[in-house]
Design a protein around this ligand. Sequence first.
Ligand code: FES
Length: 159
Amino acid sequence: MPSDFTSRQQPLRVSIDELRKTFSGKVIEHILNPRNMGEFQAAGGIGRASISCGDAMQICLKVRNDRILDISFMTDGCGPVIACGSALTELVKGKTISEAMAVDEDEIMASLDGLPDSETHCATLAVSALKQALVDYLALKREPWKRMYRQIDPFSSNR
Ligand code: FES
């Protein structure tokens, strides 16, 4: 009879073995150790997007001289979208705004060694949130006074 410890570990091992049948090692690694997850207190651009499955993602940017110094993501979505958000932050950090605008689903999926067809919309969600954050950064750059309205946004707790 397995010890308590062994019997508790078994379901996790089985589920990771199941994941390996469907996802690449890189996807699983990003799911288990997501990079840059969280949000910034004073982000230079914030983007939020949702998709038909009902999941959402938020991206926060720190930008200086049109170069992305830092980026974070949050999501309430599935494992693959965690992997996509995590991979996206690694792809985008250090890029200029225009270089980041060119990042697409294919680049995210390539960096993850692919996703099953049924999960490609997870990469689409990550790209949509990034584009919203970039648009937000450009809007604030053009009209910095809009930041004042963010500080009194009753729906935002962390801007
Ligand atoms: Fe909704 Fe992955 S299933 S984003």
